[in-house]
Design a protein. Sequence first.
Length: 81
Amino acid sequence: MTLKDDLKAYQAGWDEVEALIKEERKVASLELRWRQLNSAYAMARGLGLLREDLSEAGVIERWAKLKEKTASQHPKAPPLF
């Protein structure tokens, strides 16, 4: 078997996995999807990944902080012309 054949077989395997996942999603009940969503939310909360401030102002404030932080880390390049 050549490397190309190995890569095609590997990709075909992942294509099968993707097809199975799509089928599982189609037949999943609303209850199952709700439990999965709640599990993901609980994990994010447990890991401290949730933001308390969901307002637009909070988002703008976080972007401003990021912009300020990156601007202070990277000095401005001189003009090209």
